[in-house]
Design a protein around this ligand. Sequence first.
Ligand code: EPU
Length: 334
Amino acid sequence: MKKISLRPYNSFGVDAYAKDFVSVESEKEIVEFLEKNKSKSLLILGGGTNILFKKDVDYPVLKIDIKGIEIINEDDNEVLISVGAGENWNELVWWCIENDFGGIENLVSIPGNVGSAPIQNIGAYGKEISEVIENCRGVFRDNCSLKIFKNEECNFSYRSSIFKEDLKNKFIITNVTLRLTKKNHKINSEYYSLKNDLEENGIKNPTIKRIAQSVSNIRKEKLPDYEKIGNAGSFFKNPIIDKFKLKKIKSLYPDIISYNIGKSNYKIPAGWLIEKCGFKDIKQKKVSVYEKQALVIINLGDAKGIDIYAFSQKIKETVREKFDILLEEEVNII
Ligand code: EPU
């Protein structure tokens, strides 16, 4: 069987080979494929924007290319849209904005496909996709049965869901239904950088389109475009620490930023920790952190997956030594 290069299918732009590569455009094709390849290992691939290939994949890759955006119900206030897992997330956001459907405007410009978005509960600039998901439909790998997970069954949390935990590699999302607003949009402009951008531009009551434009500009300013510089967005999750640890760090670094997330727990920016460890100043040829956001690891040219992985582990070790905090990867490592 011919080996297939995965370079075009991962935003880090690393070269890895797959034993086989199959693209599927419907739920029926997924079921047919699963029935033929029952107990085999399998890699399910969406947009490839949150994955790092450390090595070749010696089993088949199943790329989900199910398309389609459909309004399935609406009244004067709300609309339910059903979207194929293989649709591009950012294109969907702009389609919603053009139709004046509100709820996902803060999530503009996030790379990747619709089917992957609920898995890691994508979030940015004060919103998470879990706030608008009505349900996620898909297929169980072991017996090909179909199931629709209602929002409350998806166990959403910060950058996680049942699909990333208990059902990891067990369930293939084929379709996502979103509940969006048609009027009285719930504008969320509280995230500090978004608020600043709107204030600087003298905008008091932004429309959803204006929110999307601002977020899109902020992201362009802070995050590298993977078409030009290989990366997979935030490499690590923002860690959560208790008040004692925060107090200890604050005594040494009074400028630390923290967000109380209930009880006496605080989320702190991993990018800040990484920057404080000096990684922005480390100049290397193949791999480094992005100069404007240390949480993003970038491929400077011809890095191999293993080079990127080794660098990420160095970051993890250094942060642990300096701050006694264990960072957890956000990117899927294969
Ligand atoms: N910071 C630094 N140095 C850095 C990076 C950040 O000091 O190198 C500080 C910033 O100054 C800021 C704070 O850390 O005060 C937070 O930075 P930012 O607003 O960029 O957000 P973040 O917490 O680093 C998270 C998400 C991003 C998302 C932004 C905006 C995670 C792991 N990352 O980053 O998501 O775009 O918030 O909402 O939660 C992604 O998941 O790929 C991603 C880019």
